[in-house]
Design a protein around this ligand. Structure first.
Ligand SMILES: [Zn+2]
Length: 262
């Protein structure tokens, strides 16, 4: 589908670029990204133990954009000291976003209260530094939207791997958020998410791979990689009315707008 067409400039808005499985494929993997038009990566963090390596990695290339944060999935590993360090490093390393942060209600309910404390603290930090956030939200969009409103959080960000409905998407958009579109839409069986993504205004959408997690339909038995981002664009082109070129351009502009990067 993409053969013979001019190369698009794509921005992977969610790639765990520091993951050992991706770094083991370097430098060929980045060359392949560039050859396939994937020129920029937003790289979210998960745990304090990995922050320094992540900062060092992102300092190697102007198009590897750093975010720092404490992922809800590792709620049991995070500490108060991590939050203090996050505040310091986010400023000193000039991270462009706080993330990934959020709430995960797939995790056992006894963790939810601690997740929420962690989430609120990181939202406060982002608000104070006027930085966007990268949200990880599973099974609790309404709760997250309520918290964002209560906090009067107004620096926006991204809802990674968006899987909510149209009304929730509207609420996020009103709060300045863009919605991450990833490998899920490459699966025909993901009909609900495909329908929602097809309906939303294009100015709300950004592309992502979530590499090395969340494999796409054509490669479910191998590693997900950022140079596979054009497959997400192909799937988006299949379900929407706009041209592939316009979808590429607008989704890339949407990421840049939130991050304030040229
Ligand atoms: Zn992630």
């Amino acid at each position: 589908m993409s053969k013979g067409l001019p190369l698009e400039r794509l921005f992977d808005s969610h790639c765990h670029w520091d993951h050992a499985q991706l770094q083991a494929l370097q430098p060929q993997l980045w060359q392949s990204c560039l050859q396939r038009g994937v020129n920029d990566l937003l790289v979210p963090a998960t745990q304090a133990a990995h922050w320094l390596d992540l900062i060092n990695l992102c300092q190697q290339h102007a198009h590897w954009h750093l975010a720092l944060g404490l992922h809800p999935y590792y709620v049991d590993h995070h500490s108060r000291e991590d939050l203090a360090l996050l505040a310091r490093l986010t400023e000193s390393a000039q991270a462009v976003a706080v993330g990934e942060i959020g709430l995960d209600w797939h995790l056992p309910e006894p963790t939810w209260a601690a997740q929420e404390v962690l989430f609120m603290e990181q939202l406060s930090l982002a608000k104070q530094l006027n930085l966007p956030v990268i949200l990880h939200v599973r099974k609790c969009h309404d709760r997250v939207i309520k918290i964002l409103r209560q906090k009067k959080f107004n620096s926006g960000g991204f809802v990674h791997a968006y899987s909510g409905n149209v009304q929730q998407a509207q609420a996020y958009a009103d709060l300045g958020f863009k919605l991450g579109v990833g490998g899920t839409i490459t699966y025909a069986r993901a009909s609900k998410t495909r329908r929602v993504i097809a309906e939303l205004p294009l100015t709300w959408l950004v592309l992502e791979t979530d590499a090395p997690d969340m494999p796409m339909a054509h490669q479910s038995n191998r590693l997900n990689r950022p140079d596979d981002l054009p497959h997400v664009l192909d799937a988006l082109t299949d379900i929407r009315t706009e041209s592939r070129h316009l979808l590429a351009q607008q989704t890339t502009d949407n990421v840049r707008m939130v991050l304030g990067v040229a």
